[in-house]
Design a protein. Structure first.
Length: 403
């Protein structure tokens, strides 16, 4: 899930208009996105002489000339606009956080606990940065929601718990993993418009951003996965990849430019959701309060939202830190069984980064993937069509010894 939980609550996004056009185009697009990533990582590699495939050390602080080259390569294949800001950003982040030569030489490499993921910060940490008003409002919202959860024991009722579980499933699985991620971001299958919109509306109620913002940021994550351009790479530290990136407006603003959601941007429904986004969860909150008072509000909004947030964020953090890499994707993505268990199959994240277009993430029979089972069910009754799966030649090309 990209799951991202994407932007910020008050907004997340990234592919091209050409993606819309059916299987082959989408595959080509996916390949070109991956190719852009490979070019990007290759350039990083040659600039730093470090290995990207094992995730051991992607050097972020590039000479200005190198980063420009990376961006041009990416731009050729995907026609992004926002990347032009990057050299400035690199320079800025170097100014903000680059240690002196003597400090760098003395510093020991820092790894995320129980992993081979090296922390190489290019952004100042959350605690060492000037926060914008948007950063503060998002942090305030998150703090408020988490604090509301403290009321859960005092408002407990089985009806409230059942409501929480049902809404988690509807907004987390149908809304985020099935709709925002596999259907809208990656075009892994097609749905009739009425059903596509219904599921997308469920995603809006997860309060992770409207579909345009969420898809844009997520496509951006895939294109620049685990490079300095990735808004939530764990190379910036685990806290950053899990939640800290939400409070760092600059990289998010670059990622959510809508230049990569041309296939959705002209759709009136998505424009409507983009413009009215925040009204919908407010209306749901009022309806829940009217139906069941404080217990429904606390469990149906706060507990439910916080649960789905962390589940989604674990895909960005834990599934890029701990697990196995059966496919040679050149990034840090991992197959993580416990994330897959709580995130409706999204934890098979190395599978997903290898075959972004695939509607199925759990590729082995034992890799539980409830989102895939649901798509399969929708296909069986004729509602999901053009369901994409990994191509054998693609699997052969990316397989490692552990595949
Ligand atoms: Zn994805
Ligand atoms: Zn990822």
């Amino acid at each position: 899930m990209a799951v991202a939980a994407a932007t910020p609550i008050l907004g997340i996004h990234n592919l091209q208009p050409s993606v819309v056009g059916g299987n082959e185009l989408t595959r080509m697009e996916t390949t070109s996105v991956q190719a852009a990533g490979v070019v990007c990582l290759s350039a990083l590699k040659s600039a730093t002489n470090s290995s990207c495939t094992t995730g051991k050390s992607v050097q972020f602080k590039l000479p200005k000339e190198s980063s420009t080259k990376v961006l041009r390569s990416s731009r050729r294949s995907n026609e992004f606009v926002a990347e032009e800001e990057a050299p400035d950003r690199v320079t800025e982040s170097q100014q903000e956080s680059e240690p002196s030569d003597s400090t760098a030489a003395a510093a020991q490499p820092e790894y995320i606990w129980m992993s081979n993921v090296e922390v190489k910060r290019t952004r100042p940490s959350s605690f060492n940065r000037r926060w914008s008003s948007k950063d503060i409002s998002i942090a305030g919202f998150m703090t408020f929601m988490h604090t509301m959860c403290l009321l859960a024991p005092f408002t407990f009722s089985w009806n409230a718990v059942r409501l929480c579980a049902a809404l988690s499933f509807i907004t987390g699985m149908f809304g985020i993993t099935l709709s925002f991620h596999r259907n809208l971001s990656h075009k892994s299958f097609k749905l009739p418009k009425w059903l596509e919109y219904t599921f997308a509306y469920c995603g809006v109620q997860a309060v992770q951003g409207d579909p345009l913002d969420w898809v844009s940021l997520h496509r951006y994550h895939h294109q620049y996965c685990d490079t300095e351009m990735d808004p939530h790479t764990p190379h910036e530290g685990f806290w950053h990849s899990h939640i800290g990136w939400l409070f760092d407006e600059k990289p998010i603003r670059r990622s959510v430019s809508h230049s990569n959601v041309g296939d959705m941007e002209k759709d009136d429904f998505y424009q409507f959701l983009h413009k009215t986004y925040i009204i919908h969860p407010v209306l749901l909150s009022l309806a829940l309060y009217a139906l069941g008072g404080a217990p429904y509000l606390v469990w149906g909004m706060a507990v439910r939202l916080v649960w789905v947030y962390h589940v989604t964020w674990f895909v960005n953090s834990a599934s890029h830190v701990w697990g196995t890499q059966p496919w040679n994707t050149g990034d840090l993505s991992k197959n993580n069984w416990w994330v897959a268990m709580v995130a409706y199959g999204e934890g098979w994240h190395n599978n997903h980064h290898a075959f972004e277009y695939s509607a199925r993430h759990g590729l082995k029979w034992w890799q539980l993937d409830p989102t895939w089972w649901t798509i399969l069910g929708l296909g069986a009754i004729g509602l999901a069509t053009k369901i994409k799966l990994p191509r054998p030649e693609h699997m052969k090309r990316l397989a490692t010894k552990s595949s």
